[in-house]
Design a binder for this molecule. Sequence first.
Ligand SMILES: Cc1cc2nc3c(=O)[nH]c(=O)nc-3n(C[C@H](O)[C@H](O)[C@H](O)COP(=O)(O)OP(=O)(O)OC[C@H]3O[C@@H](n4cnc5c(N)ncnc54)[C@H](O)[C@@H]3O)c2cc1C
Length: 510
Amino acid sequence: MNRADAIGSLQEQPMLWDVLVIGGGATGLGVAVDAAARGLKTALVEQSDFAKGTSSRSTKLIHGGFRYLKQGNIALVRESLHERGLLLRNAPHLVHPLNFIVPCYQWWEAPYYGLGLKLYDWFAGGLGLQSSRQLERDEALGQLPNLQPAHLLGGIRYQDGQFDDARLAIALAQTATTLGATVVNYVCVVALLKKDGRVAGARVCDVESGKEFPLHARVVINATGVFTDAVRRMDEASAPPIIAASQGVHLVLPREFLGGNTAIMVPRTDDGRVLFIIPWEDRVLVGTTDTAVSEIPLEPRPLATEITFLLEHAAQYLANAPGRSDILSVTAGLRPLVKLPGAKSTAALPRDHVVLVSPGGLITIAGGKWTTYRKMAANAVDKAMAVAGLPTKPCVTESLRLADTRHRSGQSASETIASTSENGPRSRHLHPDLPLTADDVLHAARHEMARTVEDVLTRRSRSLLLDARAAMEAAPAVAALLTKGFGRGPVWEAEQVALFRELAQGYLPP
Ligand SMILES: Cc1cc2nc3c(=O)[nH]c(=O)nc-3n(C[C@H](O)[C@H](O)[C@H](O)COP(=O)(O)OP(=O)(O)OC[C@H]3O[C@@H](n4cnc5c(N)ncnc54)[C@H](O)[C@@H]3O)c2cc1C
């Protein structure tokens, strides 16, 4: 992926795109893959970096959502489990099965959750993972050495999928590009173009150059997550809001707070929420909260009360409980929950998605979750083709393998071997506490459209999540590499370091 080429192809005139996608998160990137795979001439613009919004801030699970079973939303669980199976098949290099234990401290929990998880196994059908099973107390403690042993009766073990959300987003961008789509970051839609009252494209601004230009398209798909309503109002000033945003926070802790390689899932905390304590990379993720918010910033900030909630609840399940000073990083994300006009509450449709068509023909795809991005994309493109009068072509993504991207520290298997044997300075870690090398930075800039220090340290690598302080320390080295690579000057370099450090402050506990 090369940004200059992508911008060049967007500005080719006169060009009529079949599909213009607004938003480069899970949903928009999924739409671009689907549309390009059907042979449609597809462009996608993202106002910031790919997955800068909600899609880099998830719990990083490809899952059926056990709690939706409790809510009776069986259709969503079935669909999500099906999608989980497809993703494990189509992207085994990006998604892997993870063992979870539901710890049981009360006599009724083992039969109750055990039965629920059997249903969960069953709904996955032929695409299921290992079957769930009851564990004796000692077995549970064997797999989770730091699990609170007092009053523990046993547990139930089951499997779900785990992934790196920002890396999967890059894999989708690369897949779409390989299929012929033009996918570009730092291009913002500032207005919609209309012809005879119909949406006919968008006016966009290249955020880097400040240059505005039109993009003409047969159909425009709004896949902007929590920003959905702002784009809908570009078409229809009086469009009623459909998004109710809910903030979710995760703490990142050192790996010793779990011990093993198994996650803890608490289906119901004492105040009725779900708590996950998950091994991720070489760390532990604890999440999440569910706080209704009215402000929609691109960079949401965790509340002190959310951090306290997570620490207090983690302490109930961990023998060696984490404290504030153990937190390596805190992330906050906004769920784009759909609240249709007339719906009683967002809880009624917690993670379902909707495809809406405005009177001017703007397609909006909203809601859903990472796990179901493929299905959401298929529904949106089906609708878009009908609205645009494009010849019907079937969706082909059920069996489409996603592009291979570099592994955790940014290295693909073959490159790991090459740079290990090379053992040169470019393969040395830029910081002792981060799995990030100069090679990774250069690869991100050359092949993954990383444009800033933030892109490299937050989403191409996950350095900011793994250790916010270490990431701040690594920023000057990354800035120096990018400055050289992009032919920029010292002012840009200093500004990049300052911007990143300011951002990273927000990932330290307040
Ligand atoms: C705390 C939390 C935990 C979660 N955990 C999970 C999980 O474990 N598993 C799971 O399946 N799901 C999970 N989800 C849900 C999942 O992350 C989201 O459903 C998904 O990421 C939403 O993707 P999206 O593309 O719709 O939105 P986003 O990722 O927000 O993408 C929308 C994009 O549109 C761009 N944009 C907005 N306006 C414009 C414009 N004018 N021009 C150009 N671009 C624009 C934004 O910059 C943004 O990047 C979680 C969500 C949260 C908040």
